[in-house]
Design a protein around this ligand. Structure first.
Ligand SMILES: CC(C)(COP(=O)(O)OP(=O)(O)OC[C@H]1O[C@@H](n2cnc3c(N)ncnc32)[C@H](O)[C@@H]1OP(=O)(O)O)[C@@H](O)C(=O)NCCC(=O)NCCS
Length: 179
C-alpha cells in the first residue's frame, strides 16, 4: 500500500472508491450526549449526483491549497483523506478534515488510521491547533473518530452544520510535537 498526494487531474478518481457499507445504528446528539439508535441502512454506493455536486467543491478546495492524500493498492485508488486549508473556529485555529473514505474491502486494515494521521500531521505543520470533523453519524465512523481522540465540539461551525446537520461535529486537539 502506498500513500501519496493526489494530483489535480486525479480528483475524479476519488469516486472509484467503493462507498458500500451496511449501517445498523447511528448516533445522534441529545443535549450534548451521544445516543446510539437503530437505523438500518444499506449504502450501496455514492448517493446519486454526489460526484457532480461534491467534485467541484473538492476542486475548489484543492485550488485554494487543500491537501489530498490517497492510498493506492497497485494502481487502484482505495482511500482518500482531504484536509482543508481555510482556518475556522472561534480562535481561527482549526482546519477541517473535509473527506475521509476507504473502499469497503480495504477497511479494518489500518488505512483509515494512516490517512487520518497524515491529515493530522499536515494540519499541525500548517499551524492548526485543532482538527474539525463533521462525521457521518454511523456507529462505525463515529466510533472510529472517538477512538482517534476526537470529542464532540462546542465550537460548531455554522456553515458546516448547515451542510450536515445530522453529522456529529467533532474536534481533535492536535498535540504539539515534543522535540
Ligand atoms: C471510517 C473509515 C474511514 C475508517 O477507515 P478504516 O480503513 O476502516 O480504518 P482502520 O482500519 O485504520 O481502523 C479501523 C480499526 O481497525 C483497526 N485495525 C488496524 N489495522 C488493522 C488490521 N491490520 N486488521 C484489523 N484491524 C485493524 C484499527 O486499529 C481500528 O480500530 P480502533 O478504531 O478500534 O482503534 C472507513 O470505515 C470508511 O471509509 N467508512 C465509510 C465512509 C465514512 O463514513 N467516512 C467518514 C466520513 S466523515
Amino acid at each position: 500500500m502506498k500513500i501519496r498526494k493526489l494530483e489535480r487531474q486525479e480528483l475524479p478518481d476519488i469516486w472509484s472508491i467503493d462507498r458500500a457499507e451496511r449501517i445498523d445504528r447511528v448516533y445522534r446528539l441529545d443535549q450534548g450526549e451521544l445516543v446510539l439508535e437503530p437505523h438500518p441502512f444499506d449504502v450501496k454506493s455514492w448517493p446519486p449526483g454526489e460526484a457532480e455536486h461534491y467534485g467541484p467543491i473538492l476542486l475548489d478546495c484543492f485550488d485554494r491549497g487543500g491537501t489530498f492524500y490517497a492510498a493506492f493498492e497497485g494502481e487502484v485508488l482505495v482511500g482518500v483523506a482531504v484536509l482543508e486549508s481555510r482556518f475556522i473556529g472561534r480562535e481561527n485555529d482549526q482546519l477541517q478534515l473535509k473527506f475521509l473514505h476507504v473502499s469497503r474491502r480495504n477497511r479494518q486494515t489500518g488505512l483509515g488510521c494512516a490517512l487520518f494521521e497524515k491529515a493530522v500531521a499536515r494540519a499541525r505543520e500548517l499551524g492548526a491547533r485543532r482538527l474539525y470533523v463533521s462525521s457521518t453519524p454511523s456507529e462505525n465512523t463515529v466510533g472510529f473518530y472517538l477512538r482517534r481522540g476526537c470529542r464532540v465540539t462546542d465550537d460548531v461551525d455554522a456553515a458546516l452544520y448547515e451542510l450536515e446537520p445530522e453529522d456529529i461535529h467533532f474536534e481533535l486537539e492536535i498535540p504539539a510535537v515534543v522535540e
